[in-house]
Write a protein that binds this ligand. Structure first.
Ligand code: TXE
Length: 508
């Protein structure tokens, strides 16, 4: 449905340009002079893809009213009935896999197989959440007193506000929303401002699935619209994935409100430890995949490779060789490994971190930041291109380049000596704690890493790159408070009732 027309919000079961622009139906219309709009851009070409209404507090207010009004009827449905709507969306995601995968690729610059994988991950999440409707739920607990039944029961919390980033524009929204909805909550969602087209298609899927009006609402817009969601008293739970800066602000604000809850997942300064007897084929593959896939813009991308002195030189030579040759190019071409980064400002952010590493004493091993003209695909000169930047540096605790998330193909090699304890000490020496990996053939070192690395997600002999929907996804330290996604999100979107019932006539 994305065409030259301007696209609206989906509020209370209607496409609308929202109260801020007069509340007219949005579809079929051309242009509204009264409200602000914004454009979705293809980061590979710089061309405009489509134009969208820019949501304001008034539009969020209308969406929250619709979600609040819809809550009682939605929660009254059985789990199975609620899950039926999600199964419809599951089929839509499968049916529109190619189309939506291509839109992801066009709108956020991901190489096409990754664009499609974003959609696959979304339906995995929907499958898991909808399947949950037939799983045991709550706990029966033996009572301390004969003749009494005790159990822990779950209830939906009410209205869930979901705020999502651009780097997984289809998967992350479903990580938040699928479980919130099946548990009986209603939702107000704000997609990232960089990926409104994906937001539009997802909202169309909910419409096509016939979800009752007001149960799912989508307001397009920027951080001010996000803040209008988090700050409103009608919102019972906020699920957020995005930057540490905004996540901490939300966790602080919402966490201070009685009865409100926020679960936030922020980024990381992720690391891979390669021990002295590691299999270097696995180590190099893992590091390349984790550091360069999605052009380094995954929550779990690695920016620090902590390598034992016994294998350092060989690892470095092999990693550098691959980084020199990695194919950067048109994300729609299957042989591309890295597409562009999301936007012009992000190119400058990455440039800043590359410069900072130099200033802090790095020896640069690969600098393809400014791609040679012939590396940029024909006709794509206005895209947001960067290539790999790899450096080695002597570890020091307070170097900013080893502590701050760059979110690009910017990778430090750090040599360590001695035991796994030394590697883990370096690994843990950042404010973050999202994802990390150990590459080792020694199970004792692997177990030490598992038990002592400050991480929400830890991998052994695997690229630090993915996530499974049936496991919790979230971080420790600056990387998060709580789990806005996957299994543990149930805790954030349900209320627990400790239920005790007297089955005897004894009233003591
Ligand atoms: O994040 P923001 P951005 C990191 C990564 C990246 C940086 C900035 O380092 O370079 O964050 O990315 C909405 N109240 N990660 O700008 O601003 C915003 O509109 C409520 C890591 O994309 O946090 C968008 O929908 N909402 C991360 C969402 O928050 C607000 C993935 C995320 O935007 C808001 C993405 C406010 N005050 C970026 N301000 C990960 N977890 O891996 C903005 N938003």
């Amino acid at each position: 449905h994305v065409t030259e027309q301007r696209h609206g919000h989906y509020i209370g079961g209607e496409w609308t340009d929202g109260p801020s622009a007069g509340g007219r139906p949005a579809s079929g219309r051309t242009e509204s002079a009264e409200s602000d709009s914004f454009e979705s851009e293809n980061p590979a070409t710089g061309e405009t893809l489509a134009t969208f209404e820019r949501g304001t507090a008034a539009d969020v207010d209308a969406a929250l009213e619709a979600a609040t009004d819809a809550f009682e009827e939605w929660r009254a449905l059985s789990y199975i009935d609620r899950a039926e709507y999600l199964w419809e969306i599951y089929h839509e995601l499968r049916d529109r896999h190619e189309e939506l995968g291509e839109i992801v690729s066009k709108e956020c610059g991901k190489e096409i197989s990754e664009g499609k994988a974003d959609v696959t991950e979304a339906w995995h999440m929907v499958e898991w959440a909808a399947g949950n409707a037939r799983h045991p739920h709550g706990d029966v607990v033996p009572s301390e007193v004969a003749g009494k039944d005790s159990s822990m029961r779950r209830k939906p919390r009410g209205v869930v506000g979901c705020i999502t980033p651009w780097n997984f524009p289809v998967a992350i929204p479903f990580w938040h929303m699928a479980i919130a909805l099946v548990e009986g909550n209603t939702v107000v969602w704000k997609p990232a401002e960089q990926t409104p087209w994906c937001g539009q298609i997802i909202a169309e899927m909910f419409e096509d699935a016939g979800i009752p009006e007001g149960v799912f609402n989508m307001v397009q817009g920027f951080g001010d619209a996000g803040a209008a969601i988090t700050d409103d008293d009608r919102v019972d739970t906020v699920l957020f994935t995005g930057s540490a800066e905004v996540g901490h602000e939300i966790a602080g604000k919402v966490g201070g409100e009685p009865g409100k809850l926020a679960a936030c997942e922020m980024g990381g300064k992720n690391g891979i430890v390669v021990t002295g007897e590691a299999d270097l084929d696995i180590a190099v593959h893992s590091a390349v995949m984790s550091s360069f896939k999605t052009t380094g813009q995954r929550c779990v991308s690695s920016e620090r490779l902590i390598v034992h002195e016994d294998v350092y030189d060989e690892f470095k030579a092999r990693f550098v060789d691959i980084a020199e040759g990695i194919a950067v190019g048109d994300p729609l071409e299957e042989d591309t490994f890295m597409g562009p980064v999301i936007e012009a400002d992000h190119v400058e952010k990455i440039r800043g971190y590359n410069d900072l590493a130099r200033e802090e004493g790095a020896t640069v091993l690969v600098d393809r930041f400014d791609l040679a003209d012939e590396e940029v695909p024909d006709g794509y000169a206005d895209g947001h291109w960067v290539g790999p930047f790899v450096y080695e540096i002597d570890y020091e605790s307070d170097l900013r380049c080893l502590n701050e998330e760059c979110f690009g193909p910017h990778v430090a090699l750090i040599e360590y000596s001695g035991d796994i304890e030394n590697a883990v000490e370096i690994h843990n020496d950042t404010p973050y704690g999202l994802a990390g990996a150990i590459i080792s053939e020694d199970y004792r070192q692997i177990n030490y890493f598992r038990d002592h690395a400050d991480l929400g997600l830890a991998y052994a002999n695997l690229p630090c790159i993915g996530a499974e929907v049936q496991l919790p996804f979230g971080g420790v330290k600056k990387s998060g408070n709580g789990y806005p996604s996957a299994r543990e999100a149930i805790e954030a979107v349900t209320e627990r009732t400790a239920w005790t019932m007297n089955n005897s006539t004894d009233i003591e």
